[in-house]
Design a protein. Sequence first.
Length: 147
Amino acid sequence: MIAAAVGKYLGDEVTGLTYSATTTGGNVFVGWMPSTPDIAVGVMPAGGVPNRTLQPWDTPVVQIIVRGAPRVQRASYDLARAVYDALAGLDNTTLDAAGDDEVFVIGCTPVQSDAVPLGVDDNDRPEWSLNFEIQVHAPTTNRPAHA
């Protein structure tokens, strides 16, 4: 799953983020974001862009939600920018090499050039959104890797 591969990558590459496959022990989550911890990142699968060719790639989209500590706007924005920095232009890279979520990223393109503020949650924690189109190598029966 591309979202899991991205979550693992962010946990390795962004200072202050830790990915854990379990619901405890980290602050990067895939497909959801629990109420704790305060500082957290949710990597949400968000469909993708159609591939109208027989080329062996797909372009899934992931939405990254960044949440910060209560009433600390700047630090959460800086974390969102660190996520942006880690993913924007990530080309020709294998994520989760030899893992369950291994995927070859052909290119990673941000949908917008800055984090979008989502406001604050019920606990006054600021949230930000980032979206990325991620072109991945994805051969299928009808789209083989080599013609």
